[in-house]
Design a protein around this ligand. Structure first.
Ligand SMILES: [Zn+2]
Length: 355
C-alpha cells in the first residue's frame, strides 16, 4: 500500500549525520560502527532504498536549524544568519538528490497528481516525492526570507521546535508567540503555507489558534492521553485541529509512545514498544473525530533516533507496511486504512493548493 510519511529530517541526516541516503540502511549502519558522536549511530532506519521497499513514495521533508540566544542551553547556531545558511545547505542537498533522480520536489496539485500516477505504475526506481517543510522558524531572518523560502518550494512551516524560539515557544518551554509570532503567522497565511502545529507549547498553540485562520496540520504528534508530556497534544488540542479539518501524523519515537521512557537506558523490547502503540494513537484520533479522516503517518524515524528508540518490530522504515494489517485487525476497513496511510494528507494538500 502506498505510504505518505508526513515527517522526515532527510537533509539533516545527510548534512549533520553525514549519511549518504542513496546507500542501503545496512551499508550506512556498517559505516557508522564504533561512532559515538550521535545517539543513533549504526542504528538508522531510513534510506531511499528502504523507502522504496516500503512503498513510501511521498513525504514531508524538513529543513531544520535552531538559533540559540546566549542564555539558551540547547544546541544550535549562534545567529539567525548561520541558521539560515544551514537550511540553505540542506536545500542544496535536496536539489542534488533531484538532479540524480532520487527525489522530486512537489509544490502544487499538478505535480502531486503526476507523481502519484508515476508510483501507481509501479516502476522500479521512481524518485521519492517530497514536500518541503521548515521545522522551527528561527532561521527566518526577516519575513522577506520566508517569501524566498516559498519561491524555493517551501509549503509547510512549524514556528517552533524545542525551547524558546524567535517566533513561538516550543516543546519544554512555556510562553506565547509575541508580536514577531503574530507577524509570522500573517505571512504564513498570506503565502498559503501549511502551519505545522507540532512542537508548539500549550500557550503558543492556543494563542496561534486565536489569530491564525489558514491551513494547519500536525506533522508528527502523538496523544497526551498515552504519554502525559507537553510534546503530546491533549484531546482539546486534537479536537481543535480536527475542527479545522487538519490531519495529525503519528510518530514512532519510543519516548512518545510509552510513559517513563529514559533516553539511552530504556530499550524497545524492555519497554514493550511496538507498532501497537502507534495503532492506539491512530485509533484515539479516529475516536475523537468520529471517522478516519484526520490522522496519518508522521514517523520522524530519522529525527535523532534509530532502532535503539523505535518500535521493536520495526527494523527499517520499510516496515511501515506492517501497519495496514494491524489496522485491519483492529476492525478498520480497507478505505479507512488507505485514508490513514496516505490519502488524508494527500486530500489535505489538494484542498490547500486547489486544482
Ligand atoms: Zn520534531
Amino acid at each position: 500500500m502506498f505510504v505518505f510519511d508526513a515527517h522526515l529530517d532527510l537533509a539533516m541526516n545527510a548534512m549533520e549525520w553525514n549519511r549518504d541516503l542513496t546507500r542501503t540502511v545496512a551499508d550506512i549502519r556498517e559505516s557508522e560502527k564504533g561512532m559515538t558522536d550521535k545517539p543513533d549511530r549504526a542504528n538508522n532506519t531510513v534510506s531511499f532504498n528502504a523507502m522504496r521497499n516500503g512503498n513510501i513514495g511521498l513525504c514531508v521533508a524538513t529543513q531544520i536549524a535552531r538559533y540559540v540566544k546566549k542564555d539558551n542551553p540547547l544546541p544550535g547556531w549562534n545567529s539567525p544568519y548561520q541558521a539560515w545558511a544551514q537550511t540553505q545547505g540542506q536545500l542544496a542537498w535536496y536539489r542534488a538528490m533531484e538532479d540524480i533522480g532520487e527525489m522530486v520536489q512537489i509544490r502544487n496539485t499538478e505535480q502531486l497528481n503526476a507523481h502519484l500516477k508515476l508510483w501507481e505504475n509501479g516502476l522500479d526506481k521512481n524518485p521519492i516525492g517530497y514536500i518541503l517543510s521548515l521545522e522551527g522558524a528561527d532561521s527566518i531572518i526577516t519575513l522577506k526570507h520566508l517569501e524566498r523560502c516559498y519561491e524555493q518550494g517551501l509549503r509547510a512551516i512549524g514556528p517552533a521546535h524545542y525551547g524558546p524560539g524567535t517566533y513561538a515557544h516550543g516543546t519544554d518551554s512555556v510562553g506565547g508567540i509575541g508580536h514577531k509570532g503574530r507577524e509570522l503567522l500573517k505571512e504564513i497565511e498570506r503565502l498559503n503555507l501549511i502551519l505545522d502545529a507540532t512542537h508548539l507549547c500549550d500557550v503558543s498553540f492556543w494563542e496561534t489558534m486565536k489569530v491564525y485562520q489558514g491551513p494547519v496540520w500536525a506533522s508528527h504528534n502523538n496523544c497526551r492521553k498515552f504519554v502525559d508530556h507537553n510534546r503530546q497534544f491533549s484531546d482539546e488540542q486534537l479536537m481543535e485541529l480536527i475542527g479545522r479539518e487538519g490531519v495529525i501524523g503519528i510518530a514512532l519515537d519510543a519516548w512518545m509512545m510509552v510513559p517513563n521512557w529514559v533516553r539511552g537506558i530504556s530499550t524497545p523490547k524492555g519497554m514493550d514498544v511496538t507498532l501497537i502503540q502507534m495503532i492506539n494513537n491512530i485509533d484515539h484520533v479516529c475516536q475523537l473525530a468520529g471517522n478516519s479522516l484526520h490522522v496519518g503517518i508522521g514517523t520522524d524515524l530519522d529525527g535523532g533516533f534509530g532502532k535503539e528508540q523505535c518500535p521493536a518490530d520495526l527494523n527499517t522504515i520499510a516496515d511501515l507496511q506492517k501497519i495496514p494489517g494491524l489496522l485491519l485487525g483492529k476492525g478498520y476497513s480497507e478505505t479507512d486504512v488507505e485514508n490513514i496511510m496516505s490519502k488524508n494528507f494527500i486530500r489535505y494538500l489538494r484542498k490547500v493548493w486547489g486544482n
